[in-house]
Design a protein around this ligand. Structure first.
Ligand code: NAD
Length: 454
């Protein structure tokens, strides 16, 4: 199948590389010329495990190509494409409180005149309710002679495990107004390995597909905000959040995922999609109280973390050096969008702290959004002369720190672990005082795999 993708970001690039690996001929287009030039040389624009290898394989086999979206570059791929996939960003429009879908409209409307008559257009971007139906009406009005199949296929891959997620999705959701048999045939042709694996396919109308995406992210984000509030309750009462998470997660109706307490959720999706959900409920006149409460709870959570750090350090951080381990919103990505570090670090700097930081992948991105940080090439250099270490992101590397080595380099041996990854017993025996969150247990690790007595 000949596929063109517009928007070569986290979703578009992973989709393109994986589909080329399935044997399709894929051209990825993007407005960012520098990104495309790098990709043409096999250099990926962000950190995603396994992606660079897959892109290089695609280039080598000539199944994968990259072009800047200029008329002279895009016409070839567009005029011969069987399926157009749209994966441009859909950020919050902070003026209206809604979502900025202009890039999505522009991309589709500019491509449409060049697409073959019966081309399928698959929207993978997360889009506000009603967008697909509006677009289908626009396309019909402007191109009455064409019979495009416009589909909404919400994407559920997660940064850090994006290739694994793409190849093993929990489900495929397709929103359509076309005949189900035709859509099934298209899905079979597009994703043969997923059909072989019997990945559940749910064909819905447009609105349902759009709501499934927002409802899924809203629900997961709410789970995180909820467990963070339970962590506060544990601290106030002497409970242990790790055992609370474990005890809840053992109930199959709840499940153990997204029950790890932390400094609040971030990233390019949860906060943005919750805002869009809250906006949609308002727009359609239904209650959006849960989405709004989750957003509020999460903002409060991020803001409260700097106070927790300052209080743990004796109430005054003026002139003190704090080592931050982890800047990205989660491990295995360099994505800094809405990361808790963007709220916590400036608040500590405002209180007079000097920040030294280390992140395995996010330091280049962080330089664009954080100021006056001394970056180090490993956790031990970052801890040099520090009065406290703060673990902000649960990179695997931070679960296996050499506490003796850290102890020797620091001015004061204090570990403030906002992810509960510290092996408390080891850190304490090396001389550290450990402040975890939610009354984390001595010697316990936040992996929800503590002993369960039969
Ligand atoms: P991104 O910012 O990484 O990439 C978007 C790309 O689109 C950028 O490279 C940008 O240059 C390009 N672009 C924007 N307008 C364009 C246009 N008119 N023509 C050509 N290129 C254009 O975004 P992302 O994280 O990949 O997200 C894309 C969509 O997928 C969003 O709607 C997002 O909510 C959704 N989504 C993201 C994830 C994720 O983990 N990042 C997961 C599921 C769904």
């Amino acid at each position: 199948m000949r596929i063109t993708i517009i928007g070569t970001g986290y979703v578009g690039l992973v989709t393109g590389a994986c589909l080329a690996n399935y044997g399709h001929h894929v051209t990825c287009l993007d407005a960012n010329g520098a990104k495309i030039t790098d990709l043409q040389k096999g250099k990926t624009p962000f950190h995603e495990p396994g992606l660079e290898e897959l892109v290089r394989l695609g280039l080598l086999s000539q199944e994968l190509a990259f072009e800047t979206i200029l008329p002279e570059n895009s016409l070839g791929p567009l005029t011969t494409t069987d399926t157009l996939i749209v994966a441009v960003g859909t950020p919050t429009d902070f003026l209206s409180g809604g979502t900025d879908i202009r890039p999505l409209y522009n991309a589709i409307m500019e491509a449409a005149p060049h697409l073959p008559n019966s081309c399928s257009i698959l929207i993978k971007s997360t889009i506000p309710l009603g967008t697909t139906r509006d677009l289908s009406i626009c396309l019909k009005n402007i191109h009455p002679d064409k019979s495009f199949k416009l589909l909404a296929q919400p994407e559920f891959l997660r940064e850090g495990t994006a290739i694994e997620d793409f190849n093993n999705p929990a489900r495929l959701i397709i929103g359509t107004q076309d005949d189900q048999d035709q859509i099934q045939a298209l899905v079979h042709a597009l994703y043969p390995p997923l059909i072989e694996k019997d990945v559940p396919l749910l064909i819905t109308n447009y609105e349902t597909a759009e709501i499934i995406k927002y409802a899924s992210n809203g629900f997961l984000a709410t789970k995180i905000a909820f467990i963070n509030e339970m962590a506060d309750l544990c601290e106030a009462t002497g409970g242990s959040i790790q055992q609370v998470s474990q005890g809840m997660g053992l109930d199959p109706r709840i499940g153990k995922d997204f029950l790890e307490a932390g400094p609040g959720f971030g990233g390019s999706c949860f906060p943005k999609d919750l805002r869009a959900l809250a906006h949609a409920t308002h727009k359609f006149g239904v209650s959006g109280k849960i989405a709004k409460a989750t957003l509020k709870s999460n903002i409060r959570r991020k803001e409260s973390m700097s106070k927790l750090i300052i209080d743990t350090m004796g109430g005054d951080v003026q002139g003190k050096t704090i080592t931050i381990l982890g800047l990205t919103f989660k491990p295995n990505t360099d994505d800094m969008r809405e990361a808790p570090s963007l709220i916590i670090i400036p608040a500590l700097q405002e209180a007079g702290a000097i920040i030294q930081a280390y992140d395995p992948a996010g330091m280049i991105q962080a330089r664009g959004s954080l100021r006056d940080i001394h970056y180090a090439s490993d956790p031990y250099r970052a801890a040099d002369g520090a009065h406290a270490i703060v673990v902000l992101t649960h990179w695997d590397e931070f679960r296996h720190l050499d506490y003796h080595r850290l102890f020797q380099t620091m001015t004061f041996p204090l570990m403030i672990d906002l992810r509960n990854v510290t092996v408390r017993v080891d850190a304490e025996s090396a001389g550290f005082r450990v402040r975890s969150i939610g009354g984390a247990l001595e010697g316990a690790q936040n992996n929800n795999e503590g002993d369960v007595l039969a």
